[in-house]
Design a protein around this ligand. Sequence first.
Ligand SMILES: [Zn+2]
Length: 364
Amino acid sequence: MKDYIDERLDGLKLNECWDVHAHLLGVGDSNSGIYIKPPKGLSKPKEQIRQNLFKYFTKSTISPTDYSYLEYFGSCATEAFPGFKSLAFAFTAFHDSDGQPQQHLSDFIIPNEWSKFAAQKFNSLLYVASIHPNAENAIELLQQAKNDGAVAIKWLPCAHNINPSDKKYIPFYETLKKLKLPLITHAGSEHAVQGSQFDQSLGNPLHLRLPLECGVTVIVAHCATDGFDFDFEESHTQVPSYNLFARLMETKEYEGHIYADISATPQINRAKWLPQLLQREDWHHKLLNGSDYPLPAIPILFSLRWLATNGLISEKDVWKLNQIKKTNPLLFDFLLKRSLQYKGHKFSNQVFETRRIFDYENSN
Ligand SMILES: [Zn+2]
């Protein structure tokens, strides 16, 4: 197995390999402010599924806790390979238009302090704050996050109730630019987090023109590979969100500011776009590897068989990756991305050596 891993890592500057998209989660038992929507209204079997999922994320046979989730995530990152680090996302609350956090409309909340704590506890985890631009002290919070070592800011517009194209956010964007804090923001449909209040249209990639025009470094999560959005610029019809994302990637003025993460792209609901992403070698300097942890720990989301049948990985990969998945879902995800190929095209090393985007002073 070691030979296989070495072969897949060959040629990479390992210290530069940062996973740009991973989630902290919890059950809310640590008094840290972690919140997860109570199972009220969920039928018993569904709650059972939720409990079982958490056991995957914590590898524990006893009841999962906030700490056991963090321990397992942190140790997977540490043990993946020397130099590997994961960005560990905080996740702010749904905020109303007055800037008030609404816990009852949020699926889950991970306070910035918890991400900061995770990064202090594990060398292999990095602090990523999640700050709502409607919060009355949003600008101060950005400054604070930067001082505390945050390497980026995370949004999921439909879950947080943010329309990125709202002009009132210009001062927020100017601050992000000044502080050199990249904005990692979801685009396209969202299924993992869902609430009745969610407006999926907030994930329309075209809304990201405003932060891009303000000079913010924007990282479009998952290359918008899921869902459809209304093309209000050209065709005035619903089109795959990916097509609108591609339009942004093709906009010359955004070069140097626009990036996209390939997290979750091998999942069954997104994998159909992989041949395009692998073949777009002219994009590879703007594509960044991410795991979307804990999703790689969930067996049903990936079909290695489907990837092999479609010529995206080899039979040998199926066998080896299935073994690695049992012990380290983060390493599994990384090696899967390294194995992907389509008609001789692979993701270039730059896709994996992502530290340069966040740690421009120390990366090489
Ligand atoms: Zn995610």
